[in-house]
Write a protein that binds this ligand. Structure first.
Ligand SMILES: [Zn+2]
Length: 387
């Protein structure tokens, strides 16, 4: 058997990415993407399960039954293209020009999914008796409510006793060229709604009223000035931001009855959510406010510290691109948040994110080739040890 060259693999990933883009899989419609991928992986010896929850198609494909299990995580759904006429080429054509594939999902994330499939096929073809297991977990509900997708699949895997040790999310993590940035975690998000109660009255008779804006002001100054933590190597210091502030009846001679404040924390692992919540309460109590406070917890922070997965990914990027990636916890949410709580090490690595969700979304052919090569290298490093 001949070993495929890097060029063969890159060409194969480009072809598959274009086939996937031609299936208009706007969330939660998978439009046959997972059927196509499942058939290919089954041919390569993977155990393939199609698992539908509600309107959402999910795919679990596994090769090997030993640990450690390395999971490549992705989604086949895309956001709507918007106005087709605004695109240089039709959004579901997968046209190639200027060294790029153009179309909805090219960067987020059918290019990455195609690279995963091709890298996984090539790996098991060359190393059928590899160490551990390799699996692909795909959903058609990443861009939507994200309830019946990866979240449900992780529950389903846990019920079956299938443990994930390492997970690489193919989300577009890079900035200028593929591999320049790897996401090693994500900040938590915690929102609060504060209502400060006063006593409404005439501005000319303040002794008969209590102004909640005046009472809130020094407390708000203290909240803004407060240093919550120093952050650490992976996370910047916790940030507190006011998003909304409302008070007043509209009249210029009325002291309002209430003042309402909305705020959000983006936080790392240095300050657990409970600590931020109790810190806010303590500060408000010190200012002797009459208040009501409610919270909405959007997600816990997670990170993968230096260790087998992070070290391997950084080495793989360096060996393929010639330079080490920047590690970052920036950016929005991804389905990695559902995998990290199981104890898995989770990293995100994919092509450039400059055009995601935009008109004329594209991915560079060179970047796809780089991603396939990095993924292949990671598989070899993690699943050939001990052979
Ligand atoms: Zn995505």
């Amino acid at each position: 058997m001949t070993t495929p060259t890097h060029n063969d693999l890159a060409a194969s990933a480009i072809d598959l990415a274009r086939e996937l883009i031609r299936r208009p899989s706007v969330t939660p419609d998978d439009a046959g993407c997972q059927q196509l991928i499942g058939e290919r992986l089954r041919t390569s010896g993977f155990q393939v399960t199609h698992q539908r929850f509600g309107a959402v198609d999910n795919l679990w494909a596994r090769h090997g039954d030993a640990s450690p299990t390395l999971v490549l995580l992705g989604h086949t759904d895309v956001v709507p293209p918007g106005d087709d006429a605004a695109w240089q080429t039709p959004p579901f054509a997968g046209a190639i020009h200027q060294g790029r594939i153009w179309g909805r999902g090219a960067a987020d994330m059918k290019g990455s999914v195609a690279a995963m499939v091709v890298a996984a096929e090539a790996f098991v073809r060359c190393h059928p008796d590899h160490h551990g297991s390799i699996a692909l977990l795909l959903t058609s509900d990443e861009e939507g409510p994200a309830i019946d997708g990866t979240r449900r699949m992780v529950e389903w895997l846990t019920e079956r006793g299938e443990r994930i040790d390492y997970c690489i999310v193919g989300e577009p993590s890079s900035t200028e060229r593929a591999g320049d940035t790897v996401r090693v975690g994500r900040r938590g998000t915690l929102s609060g709604e504060l209502t400060v109660h006063g006593v409404q009255g005439h501005v000319a008779y303040p002794q008969r009223a209590r102004n909640p804006v005046h009472e809130l002001a020094p407390a708000l100054t203290a909240l803004i000035a407060k240093h919550w933590d120093d952050g650490d190597d992976d996370f910047p210091p916790t940030s507190f931001q006011v998003s909304n502030l409302h008070a007043g009846t509209g009249a210029d001679n009325v002291i309002p009855a209430t003042a309402e404040l909305s705020f959000n924390f983006r936080y790392g692992t240095a300050s657990p959510a409970e600590k931020l919540q109790s810190g806010v309460r303590t500060l408000l109590d010190e200012h002797d406010l009459d208040y009501a406070l409610s919270w909405r917890h959007g997600g816990e922070p997670f990170r993968t510290p230096p260790g087998p997965l992070r070290d391997t990914v950084i080495d793989a990027v360096r060996s393929v691109t010639g330079s080490a990636p920047e590690t970052s916890t920036a950016g929005g949410t991804s389905d990695g948040r559902f995998v990290a709580p199981t104890g898995a090490q989770v990293l995100e690595l994919g092509p450039c994110n400059a055009t995601i969700h935009q008109v004329n979304e594209h991915v560079a052919l060179d970047d796809l080739a780089t991603i396939v090569a990095i993924q292949g290298r990671i598989l070899e490093q993690l699943l050939l040890r001990g052979d």
